[in-house]
Design a protein around this ligand. Sequence first.
Ligand code: GLU
Length: 305
Amino acid sequence: MTSDSATVYRGRFAPSPTGPLHFGSLVAAVGSYLDARSRGGEWLVRIEDLDPPREIPGAASMILQTLENFELYWDGSVLYQSQRNAAYADAIDQLQSRRQLFPCACSRKEIADSAIAGPEGPIYPGTCRQGMDNPRQPHALRVRAEDRNLNFSDLLQGYIEQNLARDIGDFVVRRADGIHAYQLAVVVDDAQQGITHVVRGSDLLLSTTRQIYLQELLGYPTPEYLHLPIVVNSAGEKLSKQTYAEPLDVQASRKLAAAVLRFLNQPIPADFSGMTLSEIWSSAAQTWDPQSLPPTLTGVVPVLA
Ligand code: GLU
């Protein structure tokens, strides 16, 4: 992987291998790809295989194969989070040595029973902040959330402000089973890969302040963020394995490419039907206009024409 400081734009697509790529993840892939290419930037792929119990065997290679079938070619080699434990452990050590973490063995139920509801689930009530009764039992590590406003300007969704202590509470950076939390891993990897622009689905919009907070604590730069609308079905549910999102049929790839561009409110190239997928993407990168993206949190899956 190159990491010369002359690169002004480095984006990424970071799928979790919990199933094959579906229309919703294709939108995130294409959105991040076109935003990078339109700026002459690099586009990296990172497989977020952090959580073996949630992984579907073979999904990572299926996702990469689907990207190749769609002629969405990435730069450098793919980074696998499963191989990054040492880097995450270093970050944990750094936070530990500054006393920003504390152990917590509260169960989900205990927290739910004594917490008030926040925008992202129950707000951790601070039960173990002053220490645990029996610190030897298996425990998660939580980072202390500060009572101050954090904000950022999302390039599509606009100004976002959160007070982590009030809205989220102290959050987990390493789970009791030893697995590092997504919030920690994504921050460590975005920094290590020199990511300057994060383009991803709006389901992660409210995770961003936690990530900016960890970037501050760890002394990392904060990238630009652009959160695309996530694709929902006609019942308003996010496409995921749970809602039986169709794995992509690459035979229909040209139609799907048009559907993605339409979903993102970008023009379809004029001589579309005579173009290869690579030609479609390079034309779409030339006409890519982030101002035209729908500034909404969700969009309904289009009917394939
Ligand atoms: N791995 C996450 C997902 O598949 C995306 C993480 C990110 O883009 O920050 O939903």
